[in-house]
Ligand binder design. Structure first.
Ligand SMILES: Cc1cc2nc3c(=O)[nH]c(=O)nc-3n(C[C@H](O)[C@H](O)[C@H](O)COP(=O)(O)OP(=O)(O)OC[C@H]3O[C@@H](n4cnc5c(N)ncnc54)[C@H](O)[C@@H]3O)c2cc1C
Length: 396
């Protein structure tokens, strides 16, 4: 017998499990994979960005989507300062990087996850790995396990099954048709924080892997200054992820290769005497373009104009691309359980069933907003489920 069930052992589910256990309930966490927190561990491979040091109202402005207001409410109750404190109580020193991004000193997720699981074990939380939730039956929640089907019928349940990217880590979005069949309104999944597909010419091969450190990308109304990388498949990295929402919504994309200089300054530099230098050598010299930026100018701007309009091209280079990389490669997923399907964190169609984390319909850029949103909604959904379980102890 278990009072409360959490399905999905990512950051949202683990947070919910802690909240339920602290409320005095017996808690079981069911996870499809043989081990827990696989996406969290993957997130730590490139430096686990837990949250961001920034004024709360500006932080909250990063969330969008139909369930964003719900996420904002949860983050107000568990803001970035609490995320820091939480990590520290798990023995993880944190530091703030130059852009305000907050990381554990260890950078990776494994020490934090280990300490977290230790804390949950101390609270009596039981884990069932290799238990894939397969749907509902009249008696409760049905699981496929190595020893066959099993059914759990707790007083309250929190779903924290993640989005629909990086399926190999567990979040495959297979829950969506199951919930839709149960009458839950869903917004369609879409890639968020995704790279761009570019069909490069052969000239670009030698630049694959090259970072572009000084540039500004503008998609629609969103200018983003930051770094990205030229890859065999297109463009990747934080600045590209940050414009993936407007690009997904159809905005055109331009690149400013000299963001520190105005159009007039670029034009004046280009007008300097060229002598016998080739145009490439001239561009390199007067605009201090490194090989990667010069290659992008030639790739997207070819044939380069020989007149004064070249300055405009350097400042507003149209980026020709074939859209976002596929959903499974995205850092996160937009879409999921829509606000109208929810009463707080509870599914209107399923009293006693709550949801948290990336499976709700919200999105945010990279920068720690994702994990903070998942931790905060996990905590809030767990607390709401505990209140429900206290009011309706069994048999609902
Ligand atoms: C490469 C990469 C780097 C990232 N870096 C950062 C970062 O630095 N900072 C940041 O804020 N965010 C980062 N993210 C995003 C962040 O990891 C996710 O937003 C977060 O893990 C989502 O948490 P969640 O608990 O909602 O879902 P998940 O972490 O996806 O967990 C869902 C769990 O549910 C399980 N599950 C799914 N279906 C079933 C089922 N039917 N039955 C049982 N269990 C099931 C899955 O196996 C999984 O363990 C990164 C993501 C990636 C891919």
């Amino acid at each position: 017998m278990t009072d409360a069930l959490v399905i999905g052992a990512g950051p949202a589910g683990l947070m919910a499990a802690g909240a339920l256990a602290r409320a005095g309930l017996s808690v079981t966490v069911a996870e499809a994979k043989p081990s827990v927190g696989r996406k969290l561990l993957m997130a730590g491979k490139s430096g686990l960005n837990l949250t961001k040091d920034e004024p709360l109202e500006s932080f909250l402005g990063a969330y969008s989507g139909s369930s964003a207001e719900l996420v904002r409410g949860a983050v107000r109750d568990f803001p970035p300062a609490n995320v820091r404190h939480w990590a520290e109580t798990l023995g993880q020193d944190v530091f703030t990087g130059s852009s305000g991004r907050v990381f554990p000193r260890a950078m990776k997720a494994s020490p934090l996850l280990r300490a977290w699981l230790g804390e949950l074990a101390g609270l009596g939380v039981a884990f069932r790995t290799r238990s894939r939730w397969a749907g509902f039956d009249a008696r409760g929640y049905v699981f496929d396990t190595p020893s066959g089907r099993s059914v759990l019928h707790p007083a309250a349940t929190v779903l924290a099954l993640g989005g629909a990217s990086w399926a190999r880590l567990g979040s495959d979005g297979a829950w969506a048709p199951r919930l839709a069949d149960a009458g839950v309104t869903l917004a369609p999944f879409a890639a968020a924080n995704a790279g761009l597909t570019v069909a490069w010419s052969a000239h670009m091969n030698r630049h694959f892997g090259a970072p572009v450190k000084v540039a500004r990308l503008t998609a629609g109304e969103t200018p983003v200054r930051g770094e990205f990388v030229i890859s065999a498949r297109g463009l990747e990295g934080s600045a590209v992820y940050a414009i993936s929402k407007p690009v997904r919504e159809g905005a055109g994309l331009t690149l400013d290769l000299c963001p520190d200089w105005s159009l007039e300054q670029v034009a004046a530099r280009l007008a300097r005497p060229r002598g016998k230098a080739t145009l490439s050598a001239h561009l390199r010299k007067v605009l201090r373009l490194d090989p990667a930026r010069l290659a992008l100018l030639q790739e997207f701007g070819r044939p380069l104009p020989q007149d004064a309009s070249l300055a405009g091209l350097v400042k507003h280079l149209p980026v020709t691309h074939a859209g976002l990389r596929p959903l499974d490669e995205a850092i996160s997923t937009a879409g999921g359980i829509a606000a109208q399907a929810l009463d707080g964190f509870m599914l209107r169609a399923h009293p006693g069933l709550f949801a948290a984390g990336e499976m709700l319909d919200w999105e945010a850029p990279t920068g720690g907003y994702l994990l903070t949103g998942c931790l905060a909604t996990g905590l809030a959904a767990g607390q709401a489920a505990a209140t429900w379980a206290a009011a309706y102890p069994r048999g609902m």
